[in-house]
Design a protein around this ligand. Structure first.
Ligand SMILES: C[S@@+](CC[C@H](N)C(=O)[O-])C[C@H]1O[C@@H](n2cnc3c(N)ncnc32)[C@H](O)[C@@H]1O
Length: 325
């Protein structure tokens, strides 16, 4: 477990070689992906493999996609805030989807992709069930946040909530802490399709609100939250957007409130030594990876007004940065 002293900002590792466009490996991958027919071929092959692998591990990828779409499409109008505009960077091609996060295919495959991601964390456990992997992943994240919480959490916000896998897990964890006041958890995302699927996945309405907004300009009440989480969001943001999101989170948190960012760990040996074909694939689906690995997140947290930055590896690939407002 990597843990920096709680008062000192953790030092950021340099980006892995495969990420950096100045490094020969990173450069070669960039040149390869610049050949559009080649990139598309790679994508299609990879996508087929990802779906087949997931289905082989018990994730009903295609069946679940159709189920979710049928249930979520009618909710589109109810979850959409017409005043919310997606910034240009957000309209980039993400994952294998030309319309990035703003399409039904992405939203109706997000749950399955999230479970596949959890399985990939423990590749040496071929019999691990997707739900068990997901629970293990989230439990480790929340265990890493716990030492920074010095007060009960009455109200939490999960920014970049996607279809709510982490949002519901956050609520389960907070409810299990046994604070006197029952916790309230809200989700926020820029994709109305993701939010519609999140609503379908939360049939009892356990999540207090699913906000359609940009994390950098939420329009929500300032000083109102005890905890803000960004689970696997920062790697999807260009550096200026990350800084803006951190400033907005500082505005939303009450003094002493806590922010937690979980994402790929720049210090992880698994991440640093990804085999070139996997690195190529990852890079081709994540437009802001170089920004993510180049940005000194602990320093960005400090600039946004956060202190007591802690860093903790929560699994072999991911780390949690926790800081206090
Ligand atoms: C990889 S998914 C997050 C997964 C989810 N938090 C989880 O833990 O499973 C990234 C999400 O962040 C959202 N997102 C990216 N940029 C955003 C922004 N500026 N404001 C709000 N949401 C954003 C995307 O729409 C997407 O749903």
């Amino acid at each position: 477990m990597v843990q920096a002293p709680s008062s000192a900002p953790a030092v950021q590792a340099p980006p892995p070689n495969w990420v950096e466009s100045r490094h020969p490996l990173g450069w070669a991958i960039d040149r390869l992906l610049a050949v559009e027919p080649l990139r598309q071929l790679l994508f299609q092959q990879a996508r087929g493999l990802i779906i087949r692998t997931a289905e082989g591990r018990g994730i009903a990828w295609r069946e679940r996609r159709e189920q979710l779409r049928a249930a979520a499409e009618p909710l589109m109008a109810a979850v959409t805030d017409a005043a919310t505009q997606a910034p240009a960077y957000y309209r980039a091609r993400f994952h294998a989807y030309d319309q990035g996060n703003l399409c039904w295919e992405a939203a109706c495959e997000a749950e399955q992709a999230t479970d596949s991601m959890a399985l990939r964390v423990w590749p040496k456990e071929p019999d691990l069930a997707p739900q068990v992997a997901q629970t293990r992943l989230r439990s480790a994240i929340f265990a890493a946040i716990e030492p920074s919480l010095s007060a009960p959490v009455a109200r939490a916000l999960d920014m970049g909530c996607s279809v709510g896998v982490g949002t519901l897990a956050l609520l389960d964890w907070l409810e299990g802490r046994g604070d006197a006041q029952a916790p309230t958890v809200e989700g926020l995302d820029l994709s109305p399709q993701m939010l519609a699927v999140a609503r379908v996945r939360d049939p009892q309405g356990r999540i207090a609100a699913w906000h359609h907004a940009a994390a950098e300009a939420t329009g929500l009440e300032g000083g109102a939250y005890d905890l803000i989480t960004l689970q696997f969001v920062c790697h999807e943001l260009p550096a200026p957007a990350t800084r803006a999101v951190l400033r907005e989170a500082a505005r939303l948190l009450r003094p002493g409130g806590v922010i937690a960012l979980v994402d790929q760990d720049p210090d992880s040996e698994v991440i640093r030594r990804l085999p070139a074909p996997i690195a190529t694939l990852l890079k081709s689906t994540e437009p802001y990876l170089e920004d993510y690995f180049s940005l000194d997140l602990p320093a960005a947290l400090a600039e946004a007004g956060f202190g007591d930055v802690r860093r903790e590896a929560c699994d072999p690939r991911h780390r949690v940065l926790v800081a206090r407002r």
